[in-house]
Design a protein. Structure first.
Length: 208
């Protein structure tokens, strides 16, 4: 706890399901990547003259979705992904594999308090844009040309209430089918490449 390592007490039977080795009642899961904090990443981006693009994942827990989002982020020049410590994906070897190696290059910021991290982004000049069904604003009508943080929520519950309150703008991706349920990694890809499209049309060198 002194080093902010999340601790969870579970029945010994659950540990036995994870490993049959002599665990002595304790096991640890090691991250497959190094973690950062947004207040370390953002100042460096501004110092380099980069117009930053950050993706915030609020409650995304599926490893394959996370890996797919990371893959898109790296290809599109996203500067970092932000996730919370709890109620979030485990960034493990499967995530790295699904990302096609993107997580070896893309910084992941793991924050104890996601609300404070998003507030920090706002205070640092980012426009916080949430993907939500609670709006009629088409995502193509929003302005993504400046510093932007795209927030993607859990597929079942969406963006959490406290983070939703910090969004400067909510945007929706139009859907015309019967199920109205885009996969979060697909929704993320659509949003991310809209940023790329707008910035290229604005004459910007993406990721700079």
């Amino acid at each position: 706890r002194e080093y902010n390592v999340p601790v969870q007490r579970v029945p010994v039977e659950r540990i036995n399901k994870v490993t049959r080795k002599n665990h002595q009642g304790v096991i640890a899961f090691m991250a497959a990547v190094d973690y950062y904090h947004v207040d370390d990443i953002v100042p460096a981006l501004y110092d380099e003259g980069i117009n930053p693009l950050v993706v915030v994942l609020d409650g995304v827990t599926d490893v394959r979705n996370f890996g797919a989002i990371a893959r898109t982020c790296e290809c599109a020049g996203v500067n970092c992904i932000v996730i919370p410590e709890r109620n979030s994906v485990s960034v493990n070897a499967d995530a790295v594999k699904t990302s096609a190696g993107a997580l070896n290059y893309l910084p992941v910021c793991r924050e104890r308090n996601l609300v404070k991290a998003v507030q920090y982004l706002r205070d640092s000049g980012f426009k916080v844009m949430g993907a939500s069904e609670k709006t009629d604003l088409n995502y193509t009508k929003a302005d993504f040309t400046g510093p932007v943080a795209i927030v993607l929520g859990a597929e079942d519950t969406g963006i959490s209430t406290d983070v939703l309150k910090l969004c400067d703008t909510l945007v929706a991706i139009p859907e015309f089918g019967q199920i109205n349920s885009l996969n979060v990694s697909v929704a993320g890809g659509i949003m991310i490449y809209e940023v790329v499209r707008q910035r290229l049309n604005d004459g910007q060198n993406v990721n700079s």
